[in-house]
Design a protein around this ligand. Structure first.
Ligand code: NAD
Length: 579
């Protein structure tokens, strides 16, 4: 099947070749699309009967990026750069008609066109940084020339798409089409043709880059140094945008290609593409019927206003869901509220949250000591102490007040979901919702299914995760679920390093050098050493005694004290033998 077809539209003025890209299921840019688009552009350019061209996606949906099935493979045929060069060099007006997602290679194709129009709901962006790449077909160069370096830096280093309206304001698109996209695009193209507008080749524009402030690049490098530590792609994006402002197009275009190839060859790219695929795979749940309608969550409750409970309440409030926050006494509630307010204040100070949104979110969080207040909520997430007796007691109380059909979730890190569920008369409504610390920031949510958790409850919790901006991964009710199971092995080895004389700071520095955003010991401090202490105490009864065990990990508190004394003196603990 052809992925690109050409039709001449000559009904109402200039004869326009409409090139339709149709590569199901999502219209991705594959090798075939590139080859056929190049041939179609060349044919239309050579056809004396054609006066202008419109590029559009089938069903109005433009190219959302490269074909993920081709990621990491050696590609044959014309490159994106070859196709875009032919489009830009076409002596007839070429207009991109954008709808759906015009992302990555799709937006780069559009940037090669002389004008761009888009539907109001179109999303436009260059998200390559998310998979360890940079736009390699002129995206860093043309976007910079079109919108200026500040906006290009923001769009390409974050990878976040913008709306059609924003694209119109900053100059990425020339018109937003409210009605039928093709009809609007044809009318726009004929207008450009009739008015004999000079072709707007983005690579030849210099108005937005002239006089760019060099401090812009030093600033972003300094501000993002910590976040980008060890990451190649965002740093190269800055290099390329800087080159776009300081060098002729051809030179800077060559720098972009070299940077793209460097990123492509990096194991970071391979790992991030694996992650991209893994996240999509994680959303599919074998055995769960696709037509299970998730139950909407309109109101929520959290039990326990500590480190995790406060963060979880913020997740609901940030998504516009009103949330009750229950704790055992006024002092605990006040502590929880103060922590939430401090976290929001930090976001406002950082500029990542407006004062108005903070006010709205805070107004959605209400403290209570009374279980009866939670009764009509669609979901409750328990985040009390990591202690089976405490959890069972909380669930008995929830069972007594929650409405039928409510989801009863626990944020337990390690405890058996089925034993918690057994404290209720409705174990099928009980599920694990294991957030990571800080809960309002970390993307991962482990959804833990108990032995008889109802499929509707699983589907609804997975859907809720999306609503509150989390990436959900379904886990079995197994020891450590997934994340902590990995962490246990990694933490064990780090503790052995302490025994062998390393300081926690040395271990953390090595881990950060390896690419972790934070070392293990700082992470444990942030999560709370008391949580780890409770977990280790509880797990002592199940511990595999044949494995070497670091006594320094027997108690977070004792270890913290031990570390201080070990680093003060240079005493080394006696090494237990490894098994
Ligand atoms: P925390 O000690 O900071 O907070 C617990 C809160 O629960 C306190 O405010 C306490 O007053 C309240 N509480 C205790 N018993 C209660 C009861 N019976 N009724 C009402 N409130 C009660 O603990 P945390 O770090 O927020 O951990 C909470 C849960 O989240 C634990 O199950 C823990 O394993 C889990 N968890 C913690 C982390 C982490 O990094 N801290 C990460 C994931 C999961």
């Amino acid at each position: 099947m052809n992925t690109v077809s050409t039709r001449i539209d000559a009904d109402a003025g200039a004869a326009v070749a409409v090139l339709t890209i149709d590569n199901p299921p999502v219209n991705a840019m594959s090798m075939a699309v590139r080859a056929e688009l190049l041939a179609a552009v060349q044919a239309a350019a050579a056809d004396a009967a054609v006066q202008a061209l419109v590029l559009i996606g089938a069903g109005g949906k433009f190219i959302p990026g490269a074909d993920i099935r081709e990621f990491g493979k050696t590609l044959a045929g014309p490159s994106g750069r070859d196709v875009i060069a032919a489009i830009e060099a076409c002596p007839k007006p070429v207009v991109a008609a954008l709808g759906g997602n015009a992302l990555g290679g799709g937006l780069e194709i559009a940037l090669g066109c002389h004008w761009r129009v888009a539907t109001p709901d179109c999303k436009l962006g260059l998200p390559e940084v998310n998979i360890g790449l940079i736009p390699g077909a002129g995206g860093t160069q043309r976007l910079t020339r079109l919108v200026g370096p500040a906006k290009a830096l923001e769009m390409i280093t974050t990878g976040k798409p913008i709306s059609a309206r924003e694209a119109l304001e900053c100059g990425v698109v020339d018109e937003v089409i409210d009605g039928d996209l093709l009809a609007g695009a044809l009318a726009f193209t004929r207008r450009m043709f009739d008015e004999v507008r000079p072709l707007r080749k983005v690579s030849e524009r210099g108005d937005r880059i002239s006089g760019a402030d060099p401090a812009l690049f030093a600033d972003i490098r300094r501000k993002q140094a910590k976040k980008w530590q060890g990451l190649i792609a965002p740093q190269r994006i800055v290099d390329c945008i800087e080159a776009a402002c300081q060098r002729p197009f051809d030179e800077a275009y060559a720098i972009e290609l070299a940077a793209f190839n460097e990123c492509k060859a990096s194991p970071q790219r391979a790992a991030l593409i694996y992650l991209f695929g893994a996240e999509r795979e994680a959303a599919k749940i074998p055995g769960l019927s696709a037509d299970l309608a998730p139950q909407p969550v309109r109101s929520a409750a959290v039990v326990g206003a500590g480190t995790m409970g406060g963060g979880i309440a913020m997740c609901f409030a940030n998504a516009g869901i009103p949330v009750w926050l229950l704790d055992a006494d006024d002092a605990a509630l006040a502590r929880g509220r103060a922590l939430i307010e401090k976290n929001y204040a930090a976001s406002v100070e950082r500029g990542s949250l407006s004062a108005e949104r903070r006010g709205r979110a805070l107004s959605l969080i209400t403290g209570t000591l009374d279980y009866a207040a939670l009764g009509s909520c669609d979901i409750v997430v328990e985040a009390a102490f990591e202690d089976m007796a405490v959890k069972q007691e909380v669930f008995r109380k929830l069972d007594a007040v929650m409405k039928p059909g409510a989801i009863l979730a626990t944020n337990t890190s390690t405890l058996d979901i089925d034993k918690i569920a057994a404290a209720t008369s409705r174990p099928e409504s009980v599920i694990g919702a294991h957030f990571f610390s800080p809960a309002n920031v970390m993307k991962l949510l482990e959804v833990v299914r108990g032995a008889i958790t109802a499929p509707e409850v699983i589907a609804s919790t997975m859907a809720l995760a999306k609503t509150i901006g989390k990436t959900a991964v379904l886990s079995g009710n197994a020891d450590g679920f997934i994340g902590n199971r990995i962490l246990a092995v990694y933490g064990r080895e780090c503790d052995f390093l302490l025994e062998e004389g390393a300081t926690p700071w040395q271990v953390d520095r090595a881990l950060q050098g390896f690419g972790f955003p934070m070392g293990l010991y700082l992470m444990r401090d942030m999560a709370g050493l008391d949580v780890g202490w409770r977990i280790r105490k509880y797990r002592e009864q199940f511990r595999d005694k044949s494995l070497r065990y670091s006594p320094s990990a027997a108690s977070g508190r004792r270890r913290a004290a031990a570390i201080t004394s070990t680093t003060a003196a240079t005493a080394r603990p006696t090494l237990p033998s490894r098994h």
